[in-house]
Ligand binder design. Structure first.
Ligand code: GTP
Ligand code: MG
Length: 135
């Protein structure tokens, strides 16, 4: 089985959409193996989004992800990375398919509700960052 890291970003927590996100992952058949509400240190956020460090929106992205509590979770199942990305939808919520989380609940690319690891390699790196020592 495969694991993926999902974040319900601060907009999702403040809007009361944690249950909706977690419920969809569970109903899809993924299994929760870790889950925690926390506010990120800036250094953790910068490491998590390190691949975007040179992008013009990086400062805004980090400011947003540390702006309030988020829910970090690890979900497990067959092809968990791809399964979660499918439930989440395209990065731009206006282009995201209705029925996906971003397609149903978000409008702005900078506040797109959920993060999901984009490959098994990213998932391993992100799980080690958020939940070091998780067996
Ligand atoms: P994550 O799951 O959050 O990693 O999103 P993603 O994998 O669908 O997209 P990507 O990794 O390319 O971008 C990371 C995040 O940066 C996105 O979720 C957006 O919130 C933000 N982002 C991407 N492109 C833009 C942009 O053009 N403008 C702004 N303001 N934010 C952007
Ligand atoms: Mg990404």
């Amino acid at each position: 089985v495969e694991r993926t890291l999902v974040l319900v970003k601060p907009d999702g927590v403040s809007r009361g959409l944690v249950g909706e996100v977690v419920g969809r992952l569970e109903r899809k058949g993924l299994t929760l193996v870790a889950l925690e509400l926390r506010t990120l240190q800036r250094s953790v956020a910068e490491t998590h989004y390190g691949e975007h460090a040179a992008k013009p929106f990086f400062g805004e992205l980090v400011d947003f992800i540390v702006s309030g509590p988020l829910v970090a979770l690890v979900a497990e199942g067959p092809r968990a990375v791809e399964a979660a990305r499918g439930l989440i939808g395209a990065t731009d919520p206006v282009k995201a398919t209705p029925g996906s989380l971003r397609g149903d609940y978000a409008l702005e690319i900078g506040q797109n509700l959920v993060h999901g690891s984009d490959s098994p390699e990213s998932a391993k790196r992100e799980i080690d960052l958020f939940f070091p020592g998780l067996s």
